[in-house]
Design a protein. Structure first.
Length: 156
């Protein structure tokens, strides 16, 4: 699928479970972390964060269908106490308690989020971006199976 890089919206691209795990390993996600997935889709990223890495996970999803799908999957997996999903616009959301932010967003959306990342997030918050670059301080890049370029950023 081709998506215009200057589009302010991101399509629903699904990251493979292996790609999600690789991103969280790069970010050194652990039980003390609070991870936010901005544009959380069906909630699989949240489920992996909670089940496999022990983190508390919060998803922000504006689309009502994807929000409902994620709520059902979370219920099915019995993770209601470790995961929260909010149906709201991530540009207006409060995610200041995040220690890790996971995004698979096009450059225009990432650039719109940059001021919020710098203002709202604590120093040292890790931001993991699948495939797209941000203008934040880059810590590391990882090429996952030639499929995803995973970038790890850290707020100054």
């Amino acid at each position: 699928m081709v998506w215009p890089p200057d589009s302010p919206w991101s399509p629903w691209w699904r990251t493979s479970d292996k790609g999600i795990r690789a991103a969280f390993k790069l970010a050194k996600l652990g039980p003390k972390d609070i991870v936010y997935d901005l544009g959380s889709g069906d909630g699989r990223t949240l489920i992996i964060a909670a089940k496999e890495f022990g983190a508390k996970a919060v998803g922000i999803e504006i689309d009502p269908l994807r929000y409902c799908i994620s709520k059902v999957l979370l219920w099915f997996n019995g993770l209601g106490s470790r995961i929260e999903v909010r149906r709201e616009n991530f540009l207006e959301s409060d995610f200041s308690d995040a220690t890790v932010v996971f995004v698979y967003l096009v450059p225009k959306a990432l650039n719109r989020l940059k001021p919020k990342f710098l203002k709202a997030l604590k120093n040292g918050t890790r931001i993991v971006s699948i495939n797209y670059e941000s203008e934040l301080p880059l810590i590391q890049t990882f090429d996952h199976e030639g499929k995803y370029k995973i970038r790890l950023y850290r707020t100054p």
